[in-house]
Design a protein around this ligand. Structure first.
Ligand code: ZN
Length: 656
């Protein structure tokens, strides 16, 4: 591992200890094989002057909720050092009392909660303390002879302590085991199955010690258990099986989840190992991963739904074996899975949660493979993992305030999504927490929306193969499909029936009617496996109130409405709702070029401005109005409505 220390950047920090602390914390945070997603913590001890002009010794320690990669000065909680030292001398202390006492000892009551490892940082008698969950060190400690190997690597420079639950008892263990020790002879402390501490009075030295100790462990691994180049490519994916599996995992978790497949060669290699079911079910890389990934992976068998049930039953047994009577069982749904010869799956309620799970499982797979090459992956017994999974301080980390967005974990597909009503529908669905496959013939669709939540797909809706590929890409990326907004359309130039251009008529029928039927045909099998599935069909006011010169458009949209009504009848038994919107005069869309607008206005003998607000409410209808109603139709408000047609037109005198 390379040191990222940069003399020039460091020189700018001067002798501001906290600035140095921020700098080297970020260096550690930049390296995922040291810390992942909030793992690890750092501190610095300093003398500060209080309100009364008195000097006080303070421990600035990473506050919970901050990530080392992006930490800033306010991310460090200032805690009185003498109080932490006194706490270390207590015989026992429960962790909630510890957290309260630490908060009470803070110089700044608005600072974040100090790390649960604050007391441990306090008793290490150096200004700077760095703590990581370095992959290389933890991997070696997770082998049968792990402790002996670490002694072989580090000699007497490093104190190696057995695993113990983090929090007060860990601080207490370090306090007892280091009483009377000559600290000047130590460069670090390894906590078995957990991580590594380094320390020094100088920020650079403490950081470099970390890099040095981790590099030694990496060199050892590279020699004895080198990473093998990945070779596999993913076997074909049964997308219906994937969607069925995602629905089962959602049911077990009690909320909709996404299912994202990591089919990089190394993940496929790992999933294809003949011993995968055995080695992936021994335990996590470090115990604190349990709150993100649960203790073990789900192994996907031939019957994906049965695999989810088996995982859940196994989780219930694990809970029964380990709980003390006062705990409530958490949801029994897997967070990650291994699909033999396909790769690794992550199940999260958001793309962000999926990414965290995927990162952790990626590091876990590599650690397991290397530990196996080194003689055998050996994790902590399940009692230790359970203790951490149900530790109130860990559970608190998962509880975030605020309400859950209505469509969190749900997967939508919108056509004609690059502009106008379609783009507004994507925005509206995103704002409600959904992820979206956004289809459009315009190539700009691939970069139009945020990449983590939206899969932009270039798709010509008149090409049945392109529709099928787009739907499959959506399932492959997100794991299923729950909401369709069938919006793509074209508004042909005004053409009276007796002069009808055959191509114009055909083009309108193809895009405004036939493409919607083809989209239904491709998506219905997946909607049947979706969660509270719904289709919203964007038709037109032209259906109840057609206009002269718009035969090609009106006839196609009337056909589309009839198609939707039949779909409502055919799909109701599967719980799929199909409803229709009839927008009118939505001018912020691609259809309404200035030319079309002027022609339509003239045909009614109106100015463009009067034409825009030519409705009962005298109000201009915007694409966001249509999008908000489309989202509502896909949601709970319309839970008992199907086959309905709603206008969104400001009120039309010919229809009301
Ligand atoms: Zn730790």
């Amino acid at each position: 591992m390379k040191s990222l220390w940069d003399e020039q950047q460091a020189a700018e920090l001067g002798d501001d200890l906290l600035a140095v602390r921020v700098y080297t914390s970020r260096l550690l945070g930049r390296e995922p094989s040291l810390v992942l997603h909030g793992g690890g913590n750092t501190s610095v001890k300093a003398r500060v002057e209080n309100l009364f002009g008195e000097a006080e010794s303070v421990l600035y320690v990473k506050g919970s909720g901050w990530d080392l990669a992006s930490i800033e000065k306010p991310g460090f909680a200032p805690v009185r050092l003498d109080v932490l030292h006194k706490m270390a001398r207590l015989e026992s202390l429960n962790d909630s009392d510890m957290v309260n006492a630490q908060r009470a000892a803070m110089l700044d009551p608005n600072a974040p909660n100090p790390s649960v490892e604050a007391i441990l940082h306090a008793i290490i008698p150096f200004a700077f303390v760095d703590h990581t969950h370095a992959d290389a060190v933890v991997t070696i400690s997770n082998t049968a002879d792990g402790e002996a190997r670490l002694r072989e690597i580090y000699g007497d420079d490093v104190l190696i302590l057995p695993y113990i639950m983090p929090g007060f008892i860990l601080a207490r263990q370090v306090y007892e085991k280091t009483a009377g020790i000559d600290w000047s002879k130590l460069t670090g402390i390894v906590l078995m199955h957990h991580g590594l501490f380094t320390f020094a009075d100088d920020g650079q030295e403490s950081y470099e010690n970390m890099i040095d100790l981790v590099s030694k462990a990496e060199a050892f691994l590279n020699e004895r258990a080198p990473v093998k180049p990945a070779t596999s490519t993913s076997a074909s994916i049964n997308l219906k099986q994937l969607a069925a599996m995602r629905r089962c995992v959602s049911a077990a978790r009690g909320v909709p989840v996404l299912a994202q497949l990591d089919s990089e060669a190394d993940a496929v290699d790992f999933s294809a190992r003949p011993d995968v079911a055995e080695i992936a079910c021994r335990g996590p890389l470090t115990p604190d991963h349990v709150i993100r990934t649960k203790r073990i992976a789900m192994i996907v068998g031939d019957d994906a739904e049965a695999s989810v049930s088996a995982f859940s039953e196994d989780y219930h047994s694990y809970f029964k074996r380990n709980h003390n009577g006062a705990l409530t069982c958490l949801d029994p749904a897997p967070r990650w899975g291994l699909w033999p010869r396909r790769g690794a799956l992550s199940f999260g309620t958001t793309p962000g949660e999926c990414r965290i799970i995927a990162d952790i499982s990626r590091h876990t797979m590599q650690a397991i493979a290397r530990a196996e090459a080194l003689g055998g992956w050996k994790t902590l017994p399940e009692t230790d993992i359970f203790e951490l999974e149900y530790w109130e301080l860990e559970q608190a980390k998962l509880k975030k305030g605020g309400t859950v967005p209505e469509f969190q974990g749900k997967i939508a597909l919108v056509t004609g999504a690059a502009s106008g009503i379609g783009a507004a529908c994507v925005e509206s669905l995103l704002a409600r927490g959904a992820v979206v496959a956004a289809l459009d013939i315009n190539a700009a669709i691939t970069t139009r929306f945020p990449a983590a939540s939206v899969l932009g797909i270039v798709c010509d809706m008149t090409d049945p193969d392109a529709i099928r590929r787009a739907v499959e890409a959506c399932i492959h990326r997100f794991g299923g499909l729950d909401i369709i907004v069938s919006n793509a359309g074209v508004f042909p130039a005004s053409n009276r029936i007796e002069q009808m251009d055959a191509d114009l008529w055909q083009q309108s029928m193809l895009l405004n009617l036939t493409s919607h039927q083809r989209l239904m045909q491709e998506t219905i099998p997946y909607l049947k496996l979706g969660i509270d599935p719904a289709m919203v069909i964007i038709a037109s006011k032209n259906v109840p109130a057609p206009g002269p010169g718009a035969a090609a458009y009106s006839a196609a949209k009337a056909g589309l409405t009839q198609l939707a009504r039949v779909a409502a009848l055919e799909l109701g038994g599967d719980g799929i709702r199909v409803n229709v919107l009839h927008p009118n005069a939505v001018f912020d869309t691609a259809i309404w070029t200035d030319e079309v607008l002027q022609k339509r206005a003239a045909s009614y003998g109106l100015s463009v401005q009067d034409y825009k607000t030519n409705n009962v409410l005298k109000r201009e209808v915007r694409s966001t109005h249509v999008a908000e109603l489309a989202s509502a139709m896909a949601g709970n408000v319309f839970a008992c409505t199907t086959g309905a047609q709603l206008p969104v037109d400001g009120g039309n005198e010919r229809v009301v």
